[in-house]
Design a protein around this ligand. Sequence first.
Ligand code: FAD
Length: 468
Amino acid sequence: MSDAYDLVIIGGGPGGYVAAIRAAQLGLRTACVEKRGALGGTCLNVGCIPSKALLQSSEKYEETMHELKTHGIDVGSVKLDLKTMMARKAKIVTGLTQGIEFLFKKNKVDYVKGTGRIAKVGSVAVKLEDGSESTLETKNILIATGSESMPIPGVEVDEKKIVSSTGALDLTKVPEHFVVIGGGYIGLEMGSVWRRLGSKVTVVEFLDRITPGMDGEVSKNFQRILKKQGMEFRLKTKVTGAKATKDGVTLTVAPADGGDGEDILCDVVLVSVGRRPYTAGLGLEEVGVEMDNRGVVTIDDNFATSVPGIYAIGDCVRGPMLAHKAEDEGMVSAEIISGQSGHINYDAIPGIVYTWPEVASVGKTEEQLKEAGVEYRVGKFPFSANSRARCNDTTDGFVKILSDKATDRVLGTHIIGADAGTLIHEIVAIMEFGGSAEDVARTCHGHPTLSEAVREAALAVDGRAVHI
Ligand SMILES: Cc1cc2nc3c(=O)[nH]c(=O)nc-3n(C[C@H](O)[C@H](O)[C@H](O)COP(=O)(O)OP(=O)(O)OC[C@H]3O[C@@H](n4cnc5c(N)ncnc54)[C@H](O)[C@@H]3O)c2cc1C
């Protein structure tokens, strides 16, 4: 079969499956090779979706246990049924992954179940589920193989007591003491789930702050709120080893800058210190696809690798490891491969932490602007002064808008508060259009809504917030 396909995609995650659908829409004969037995990648199977399902369930549990009473609702004693909670999560995952299979059929994308390897330019060898081999000839290849959890030397993940995020999404009982190694968004989300369900949660972080990369003021507030909720933090602390025992795990930690070590005894340890590109067994070295020293596949602005006809997107290339970034790259790369032009504005990709409160940001932080020597103005508005937040009892947090001092163009926005992940999109759209804080300030916002806090922050950029 010569040139049977226009495009063969390796990996059926948010990058790969979106690229496949978009390519098929554009008339390319497309196949997508996926080895995990289900489409949707990390995101749908063991990432965004199951974690958000458990965050939602655990939030409802905590609300029922501790917050309904203030509304005059007394539900009596509350019982946790973890098995049902996990079954609900699994059903959501299956429904969505099967939904992608349906979309593949609808768009006439060939779904090849197996492990793909680039045999040579224009040829993908697939080890099929039944053990047999098949070769797909194709004009173009798109690598969308995603990422994997980063290991820590001396800490062996068994997915039972010492777990990655995958194991943390599937515990069969609520641990008494759950330790999270790494204060990034995945660790804090999973820590929130188990804390709400009854665990004592300790976060061990090497740096002197959680969520590095987040606007410093927001990050500080975030940690303070999580601490108030009962999460414990051991900052500037390094993990030197972990040993699973009959009763749990003995975790050995020491001050990051040297000093005596100590043991922390706990039931479950989550290793959550970041993710790294996953390209094992793909044959990239053999075919000459360049990677950097961290294994990140090198691409140009058109997602082309160093080998003509081979492209790459998503978690295995540069940029934030986020599902929506992978999806956008999937869409645009398919358009470019089909002969159109395409472009992504990497300055307007939101990042969201789905804890309570949520934390959402887009664009530059104050620290980044200072470092770049950009003159800016700040507009801030607290949710405690927002009428809807008061009705909802969600007064923690604030909106912070950073705009260029000379032009007022919005350069970044950081929101900590209820529904921050939804609220941020107004600013994402404004930034896409190169809009100013004044544009947001002059836009009518419905009352009473949390969105009014965004408008007030925009008014505050010019020192004219009304409700504070
Ligand atoms: C716990 C957790 C929570 C997360 N929450 C969020 C969130 O809320 N929001 C967000 O934006 N992001 C979130 N992420 C990150 C998000 O999941 C990733 O950024 C996203 O899945 C990347 O998409 P991708 O298509 O590049 O790769 P992946 O989703 O990793 O998909 C790659 C696929 O390629 C397959 N594959 C690999 N090698 C081969 C091969 N040789 N042959 C065939 N198939 C192969 C893999 O099986 C996998 O299914 C989360 C991640 C985790 C772990």
